[in-house]
Structures are given as C-alpha cells and as structure tokens.
Design a binder for this molecule. Sequence first.
Ligand SMILES: NC(=O)c1ccc[n+]([C@@H]2O[C@H](COP(=O)([O-])OP(=O)(O)OC[C@H]3O[C@@H](n4cnc5c(N)ncnc54)[C@H](OP(=O)(O)O)[C@@H]3O)[C@@H](O)[C@H]2O)c1
Length: 304
Amino acid sequence: MKFTADDVADQSGKTFLVTGANTGLGFEAAKVLASGGGRVLLGCRSEEKATEAMDKIASDVDGADLRFIPLDQGDLASVEAAARLVRGEDRLDVLVNNAGIMMPPLQYTTDGFESQFGVNHLGTFALTSHLLAKLAESGEAHGGARVVVTSSIAHKPGKIDFDDLGAEESYDAQARYQQSKLANLLHMYELDRRLRAAGSSIISVGCHPGIASTELGRHMPKILTLAMPLVKLVFNSPAQGAWPTLMAAVSDEVEGGDYTGPSRFGETSGKAEKVESTSRARDEELAARLWDVSIEMTGVDPGI
Ligand SMILES: NC(=O)c1ccc[n+]([C@@H]2O[C@H](COP(=O)([O-])OP(=O)(O)OC[C@H]3O[C@@H](n4cnc5c(N)ncnc54)[C@H](OP(=O)(O)O)[C@@H]3O)[C@@H](O)[C@H]2O)c1
C-alpha cells in the first residue's frame, strides 16, 4: 500500500509529540495530525517560531489542539525538562522524532557533543528514553503507542566512528551527518528489539523523506543552494516529504521495526511505502554497542 496524507484516519483521542515541528517536515506532519483531530505537542527550540507555526496550523485547521513544548535537543537538561512537561499530559500515543540538523560547521552541543551526533541521535535517544514509560501507559488504552525515528538516504554510506565521536581528530560535516542518520536507524531497530523482548505494546518505526525542499540545507555551501529551484521542481515538497513520517506514525499496516520512505526514483520522492535499510543499519552488534555508548554519553538509561 502507498500512503499519503489523505490516508491519515481520524486521530481524535490521541496525543502526538512532534519534534522540530516549527518548519519543514515536522510542521507538515503536525498540521496533518492536528487536522485529523489529534492533540499535537510541538517540541521546538524557539518559542517565537513555534508560536508562528501554531498560528499557521490554527488558521488552516478549525479547533486545532496544539501546545508548545520548549525543546532544545542540543541540551540534555532541556530534553529532560521537555519530557517532564510531556509526562504531565493526560497521554502520549506517538513520539515523532523529527528534529535534526545537517552539515553545520564543527560545533558542540551544550553538553559538549559534536552537534550532529548530539542533536540528531543523542537528543533523540534521551528524549525517547525519558518518554517510554509515558508511551507504555498511554498505549495500553489505545492499542499500542509508537516511537518514530527520522533517518535519511544518507544513512547508507554512514559509519559510526566510535574512536572519535567527539570529532576531535577530524571533522567531515557530510560523514558526521551520515553517521547521525545511521545512528537514528540503529537506535530505532535496537529499541524495537528491546521492546519486543520486554513484551511492550510500544512499537518503534523508522522513516525517511527522500529529498524534500525544506530549510535543512541552511548550512550547505551557497553554490549548492543554487540547486534549490531544481530540488523543488523534481523532488518532494515538505508536505510530500512528511508522508513517510505520517505513515510511520499512524498507518495500521506498519509494524515495529518497519522503515518507510518515498516510493519513486530511488526513494527520493512520491508516495510513502515500506522501504529497506542497509545491512549495517540492521547490525545487532553495532546497535547494542551504540545503545551502551548512548547511555554512557547521555547518562539516560531507557531501562529496557
Ligand atoms: N529535507 C530532506 O530532504 C531530508 C532528507 C533526509 C532526512 N531528513 C530529516 O528530516 C528531519 C527534518 O528535517 P527538515 O528537512 O524538515 O529540516 P528543517 O526544515 O531544517 O527542519 C528541522 C527542524 O528541526 C529543528 N531543530 C534543529 N535543531 C534542533 C535542536 N537542537 N532542538 C530542537 N529542534 C531542533 C529545527 O528548528 P529551528 O527552526 O529552530 O532550527 C526545525 O524545526 C531531520 O531529521 C532531517 O535529518 C530531511
């Protein structure tokens, strides 16, 4: 089955947390989920941008049920505070881990992590870990909760450089992005394996948007941004790019450990369907090692 926003059924009664929901894919996914009747928590690092996004959604969706959750995935204290706010909600059915950065110059998070590994993977790992109990409690009542993790085609050449996660020896912005997106998938699969082993009703699902014309290229060299009009013409709009995210978040056909992405032109565009990841992304030994390193680096233990 191929999936678009039109396939999102009634989401009334469910609560979603979408990270990085003020723009791009996160914004589009939040809008569709809100128009399906879901309560949508927007986990964003800028209150101003989040408010603007919520105003836009509210002007399109009558009665949209929205809340801003301050969340900076580059700061573990902020991640913990955001999770605390979310735990105070009546329920949480789906955590959509979408926030991410691509190829910035070498920089470090508040906690001293190389920023792409820190924001894209460690922030996601910590947030998810803090919210597992809440998801489990809510999911029981609604047939099972979900964790969605957003990866990329860029995971394919990715490698985890365990010897230099801090990028102290070298920094290649592209390789670090690929590493962070491989880490997202390793996390998604390992989480699902552990949830199954624990008999949990939560499922963990991956997605990637293909190539979509969002703000993600903000750190790209100017010369490459000249290609944006072409990207807009040939590849996914942000709304289309959100289809795999939406499929992962709500489709009944999705099971734990599935990975969704676009169906056309080498998974770059088109309707969403289940897609394959690389054998490295499904490497259980690698995933277990990353899991342990992530606990060590964040000090957050998912407890499963
Ligand atoms: N667009 C594509 O072609 C593509 C392809 C493959 C994968 N992806 C993945 O899709 C996801 C969404 O990307 P996008 O294309 O929608 O990019 P985008 O338009 O740049 O949106 C990224 C979102 O993440 C937020 N974010 C960045 N750093 C954050 C932090 N430290 N804490 C909390 N939020 C933070 C941004 O907030 P601010 O606005 O405040 O910066 C923004 O809301 C990313 O995980 C990306 O890797 C995108």
